[in-house]
Design a protein around this ligand. Structure first.
Ligand SMILES: [Zn+2]
Length: 150
């Protein structure tokens, strides 16, 4: 059964002109799972430490054994800022917009840089519950954005 978090947004929060991703060998798995609307983070297979962005070697135990763990997509807003100055012409019609840092109870230590796409700047609150909402772009890439969770 599809849930709201399975649905893609109608239009991109920020311009697609600035949303090109360039996955490498280490980050490709994260982006491929995003295309399938699965939010997953790399985890050390030896000690269980989550890490994002993904890395080759665990910074806790030095193991190179990794696995990916899918999470629920529910998180909380750890911090945010409001961008009022368009640093790229493609952003002129998007300001003000937020850049958010979301953390996840089922992936301790991970904080994802993203955007909360359904909440005006004055209504954002640190600690606000959020859930992932997928943004499928016309270039075939998918970005994890977030919406307020009640
Ligand atoms: Zn480890």
């Amino acid at each position: 059964m599809a849930t709201d978090s399975d649905m893609a947004t109608d239009s991109p929060y920020l311009s697609e002109e600035i949303a090109n991703l360039f996955p490498d060998d280490i980050t490709a798995e994260f982006w491929e799972r995003c295309k399938r609307h699965a939010l997953a983070f790399q985890c050390c297979a030896n000690c269980g430490t989550f890490r994002h962005p993904p890395v080759d070697v665990c910074y806790v135990c030095r193991s190179t054994d990794t696995e990916w763990r899918e999470i629920s997509g529910e998180g909380t807003l750890y911090s945010f800022t409001i961008v009022t100055h368009a640093v790229h012409p493609a952003l002129l019609t998007r300001v003000p917009f937020n850049v958010a840092l979301v953390e996840f109870p089922d992936a301790p230590g991970v904080r994802l840089i993203t955007n909360v796409v359904d909440t005006s700047p004055e209504d954002l609150e640190i600690g606000m519950p959020v859930r992932v909402q997928w943004e499928d772009l016309s270039n075939g890439q998918t970005l994890p954005r977030f919406v307020r969770r009640t």
